[in-house]
Design a protein around this ligand. Structure first.
Ligand code: ZN
Length: 254
């Protein structure tokens, strides 16, 4: 048990007993922690503990069991994420991924910073599909998956069009396509994009414009990777997958 001050992001909260709440906060200094908030609706912190709120908290951090909040200051709210249902779906998906990618109580300041940066960009209405793809690719390492999209698994050449092989957990250059008859047959541009996205710093994100066709191929390829290597079901992802049809319905009704 320690009294501490840390920056944190509210991941989600749920009711507990009649009046109380459990609030999961990804803290910068202590990883993800579950906080107990007594009489939540009457608590002076209740408005600060909405999902996607970034805050400074002072509290008691326990390694076993629940942690407690003594004070909250410096709250930051993501306005666009809070008011746009689509931005909210993407933000929820990233939060869901972070929640399963690392164990609770595990210190991971760089993942915290990465998540905050991604949310800031979504909030600024930078292309959220692209931000999400970059996030998905880079966070795979937290699940123990390291894939090199930059070179052929056989000859290590980097300059030829490449395909992906689940059999070799890596890429095959044109000269080695015959090593795996079940290779994915993905557009080589997608492999190139994945390689680029793996190395990109969100804080120095260049302005990226991708065609709808490339974005769809990228979405499908990364879905395949996640199905094969990660195998987690995040509720918000289902909503995102259905979003194109939602957007069409809303357009038709205008
Ligand atoms: Zn090769």
């Amino acid at each position: 048990m320690k009294n501490a001050e840390t920056r944190g992001l509210v991941l989600f909260s749920r009711n507990y007993r009649e009046q109380d709440k459990l609030v999961k906060i990804f803290t910068e200094s202590f990883g993800k922690r579950m906080f107990f908030v007594k009489n939540a609706s009457k608590s002076k912190f209740s408005s600060s503990l909405q999902n996607f709120t970034q805050l400074d908290l002072l509290g008691t951090i326990n390694d076993d069991g629940l942690s407690f909040i003594a004070d909250i200051s410096e709250t930051t709210i993501y306005k666009h994420i809070n008011t746009d249902i689509f931005a909210q779906a993407y933000a929820s998906y990233l939060i869901g991924l972070v929640d399963v990618a690392i164990a609770d109580n595990q210190y991971d300041r760089s993942l915290y910073g990465f998540l905050i940066k991604a949310l800031e960009l979504i909030d600024k209405e930078v292309d959220m599909a692209i931000i999400t793809n970059i996030f998905e690719l880079q966070v795979m390492s937290r699940f123990g998956i390291q894939i090199d999209f930059g070179q052929c698994a056989f000859c290590h050449r980097t300059d030829l069009p490449m395909d992906f092989s689940y059999q070799y957990n890596g890429c095959l250059c044109r000269d080695h396509f015959d090593k795996d008859l079940t290779r994915v047959h993905v557009d080589p541009n997608i492999i190139f994009l994945c390689h680029t996205f793996m190395a990109i710093e969100l804080s120095q994100l260049p302005s990226l414009k991708l065609s709808d066709e490339l974005k769809l191929k990228l979405r499908q390829f990364i879905d395949g990777l996640y199905e094969h290597y990660i195998g987690v079901q995040i509720k918000a992802k289902k909503f995102i997958d259905g979003m194109d049809s939602w957007a069409d319905i809303m357009k038709d009704n205008r």
